[in-house]
Design a protein around this ligand. Structure first.
Ligand SMILES: NC(=O)c1ccc[n+]([C@@H]2O[C@H](COP(=O)([O-])OP(=O)(O)OC[C@H]3O[C@@H](n4cnc5c(N)ncnc54)[C@H](OP(=O)(O)O)[C@@H]3O)[C@@H](O)[C@H]2O)c1
Length: 329
């Protein structure tokens, strides 16, 4: 069969993405071959493409997909040929008609979840799972607590708004337009701030919280929001820096953490959390439960042909997308 995959020869702009013919072999020990029905689009794909996260070259792209298992290698017991499956996983290579990959992070997809939803929710939904369930301040979070979540109308963001509402949290969303703020509110955010219009979002957060500040800031914007995010935190608050869509966070002045009230900082990544099959399955079961119960609805606002990956990257970087987007092989 004539297989296709998106590759880069050199890091750079979206024009570096090329759809090429590839061979897809048989799975080795611990691997599967999966035929994709849909592939997820994620901001990490931009960091891989532009070299912010360096990959050995030439490189394939894409960390999220859903489809049907075609073959399993020796030692794989949790999947069999014909299974519907979905994943968020290293190494990159999800922008493809089919691929061979480690089985460890691939989960059976419940029948109630279609392939496009599966491809749109695994990396983003597992990220929200570990953020809101496991990346917590000293004494945890309880209903009524305030958190700040930046870029709340994006793929990760809209899942976070809904999951936070299900936990009873008051999520203060930030987003880059009034329309995006309205979207975050419609998905469960308690408050929303357009941080392109209101640059001092920390002052608004202080107003909303009666001057106290929040217990956690979940910040994936990076350079543009770092300082303001620290200013949103209550004493002993937790700064969770989990991405850098606007550029790398400046070097940490550790003394600032004392001056602003004995703050904590962490820089987590999903891949530490899904390092074992058992952990991935437990997190996936939690995510599937949230989706099956209707508490989290995965919104797909844009579908692209796999051949149009360049346009998808341009749109993602231009901040014109909301919710999740998928590439269709
Ligand atoms: N560490 C982890 O485990 C992990 C896992 C998954 C995702 N992430 C991070 O989470 C973030 C969200 O991922 P996603 O795939 O769902 O993407 P996304 O939120 O759909 O897109 C990124 C958003 O970032 C905002 N943004 C702010 N400044 C920007 C700038 N200068 N250029 C481009 N975008 C800017 C934009 O929203 P506004 O216009 O509303 O500002 C944009 O829509 C990314 O930073 C990603 O790297 C981290």
């Amino acid at each position: 069969m004539n297989e296709k995959a998106v590759v880069i020869e050199t890091p750079g702009g979206a024009e570096q993405l090329k759809l090429v013919d590839v061979e897809v072999g048989s799975p080795g020990p611990g691997e599967i071959r999966i035929r994709h029905h849909a592939c997820g689009l994620n901001y990490i794909d931009v960091y891989h493409r532009n070299g912010a996260y360096a990959l050995p070259l030439p490189a394939r792209l894409g960390m999220e997909g859903a489809g049907v298992v075609e073959a399993v290698g020796e030692g794989v017991t949790h999947l069999q040929p014909g299974d519907r499956a979905a994943y968020a996983s290293q190494p990159p290579g999800a922008y493809a008609t089919a691929r061979v990959m480690p089985a460890r992070a691939v989960l059976k997809l419940p029948d109630s979840i279609d392939f496009e939803t599966g491809a749109a929710m695994m990396l983003k939904g597992l990220t929200v799972q570990y953020l809101l369930r496991r990346t917590l301040p000293q004494e945890g979070l309880k209903p009524g607590d305030f958190v700040v979540f930046h870029a709340a109308a994006g793929g990760v963001g809209l899942i976070a708004c809904q999951w936070a509402r299900a936990l009873g949290l008051q999520l203060i969303a930030t987003a880059g337009s009034d329309e995006k703020c309205a979207l975050a509110l419609a998905h469960g955010a308690a408050h929303a701030i357009n941080y392109r219009r209101e640059a001092d979002f920390a002052a608004r957060v202080r107003d909303i919280t009666g001057g106290r500040g929040v217990k956690v800031v979940y910040d994936s914007v990076g350079a543009d929001t770092w300082e303001g995010s620290l200013n949103c935190l209550a004493p002993f608050g937790l700064m969770v820096s989990f991405g850098a869509a606007s550029g790398a966070v400046p070097p940490l002045n550790i003394g600032a953490l004392a001056a602003k009230g004995s703050l904590y900082v962490t820089r987590p990544t999903l891949f530490t959390h899904i390092a074992t099959r058992e952990a991935t399955q437990a997190m996936g079961d939690d995510l599937f439960g949230m989706v099956a119960s209707g508490q989290v609805k995965v919104r797909i606002d844009k579908r692209y042909a796999l051949a149009d990956a360049t346009q998808a990257h341009r749109d993602l970087e231009a901040r014109v997308l909301t919710g999740s987007a998928v590439l269709l092989p």
